[in-house]
Design a binder for this molecule. Structure first.
Ligand SMILES: [Zn+2]
Length: 367
């Protein structure tokens, strides 16, 4: 089982006290042409991410879409109508002031913002998120007093990086990283850089082989001009013996990008490094191990509640007092060389709405 390391780093760890104020509207991202050189589809990935966030938001907001509530419970380990107040991410409050919300509010707030507030720009300087694919070649060693930093030749800043080696080049298997400064440096619109390391291109090549061998029902990343769903044949696949990564659920560049976007302002979601061995912060198993408070403030969680998938349709048919009695989610198990994920105890479907009252096209891309 390959472990996908999706990490980010602080440049500075000190925060100024902040006045409470909501994030402003209108956020921009910039894509370096290097990324399109690596992958001709790259510019479609942010649009895919916004589509996924929009689908999830619509489905979670829809009172008729009871089926999708299962995803909320699995990922956040609480009912969607849990009235407990949870903290927003620590770094969010450092910029926008202390804030609490219900699990439902925190999750929907983040998804709604990602779904609606972003647009592309060719002006790097005005972009909140600046996406690079140069394997951090723009970073140079820093001949200063501190050996654990690199010099960013583009943004003219030092970045913490042990050994003076850029993370993309230092950490085997690292696929992406968000790097930003201390929030107070940048006013109400802090910016950051995002790096897609070379490892992601290698990883995708390998997994494409699995997909093409017909060993998994995964399909190639969706194109916006032809939104794909699992075929009728694939809907009959029993996902109990298929790992989420085997499905290809966590390895598309769009999903990696979605994880990284939730690290950026204004979400400031976290990675929790003590949850899995080797400090891995990606993958379905990782997401399942998070507590409610962690899951609500973790970038990886938000990679999963997007539209188009639903877990265990039979769950809706269970007596209500049995739906919520599970106190913990079992760990996925490897049995006889087969990855067995007991949480997916029904089939996994591409399905718009269990009630059948919604037109599936409601959840498709409609620019
Ligand atoms: Zn991360």
């Amino acid at each position: 089982m390959a472990a996908f390391l999706l990490i980010w780093a602080f440049v500075l760890a000190c925060f100024a006290s902040a006045q409470p104020a909501p994030p402003p509207a209108g956020w921009r991202y910039w894509i370096d042409p290097d990324c399109v050189t690596h992958d001709a589809d790259f510019e479609s990935y942010p649009l895919e991410v916004f589509y996924l966030a929009r689908s999830a938001y619509k489905r979670l907001k829809d009172p008729a879409d009871t089926d999708f509530k299962r995803i909320f419970w699995v990922l956040f380990k609480t009912k969607f109508d849990d009235a407990t107040l949870y903290d927003y991410p620590t770094d969010y409050t450092a910029v926008y002031g202390p804030k609490k919300g219900t699990a439902y509010d925190i999750a929907l707030d983040a998804l709604n913002h990602l779904a609606t507030q972003w647009s592309n720009t060719t002006n790097r300087a005005e972009a909140t998120v600046r996406i690079h694919c140069d394997n951090q070649e723009r970073f140079q060693s820093y001949n200063g007093l501190n050996n654990d930093v690199v010099w960013d030749t583009l943004d003219q800043r030092t970045i913490y990086s042990p050994g003076g080696i850029p993370a993309c080049q230092r950490i085997n298997g690292l696929v992406a990283q968000v790097t930003r400064g201390a929030p107070h440096e940048f006013g109400d619109k802090p910016w950051c850089t995002m790096d897609f390391c070379n490892a992601i291109w290698t990883t995708l090549e390998k997994l494409d082989g699995i997909i093409n061998n017909g060993q998994s029902p995964a399909y190639r990343p969706r194109r916006l001009d032809k939104v794909q769903h699992l075929t009728a044949k694939q809907e009959n696949v029993d996902f109990r013996v298929v790992s989420m990564q085997g499905i290809g659920y966590a390895i598309y560049p769009a999903y990696v990008l979605m994880h990284e976007m939730f690290h950026t302002p204004p979400y400031f979601m976290m990675d929790y490094f003590d949850v899995m061995p080797n400090s891995a912060t990606g993958g379905w198993e990782y997401a399942l191990r998070l507590t409610t408070a962690q899951a609500l403030t973790c970038a990886e969680t938000y990679e999963y509640p997007h539209g188009g998938f639903t877990f265990d349709r039979r769950w809706e048919q269970q007596p209500d007092d049995l739906k919520w009695t599970a106190t913990q989610i079992p760990d996925p198990q490897m049995t006889n060389g087969v990855y067995y994920n007991p949480i997916v105890f029904g089939a996994l479907h591409s399905y718009g709405d269990i009630t059948g009252e919604k037109n599936r096209r409601d959840y498709e891309w409609n620019p």
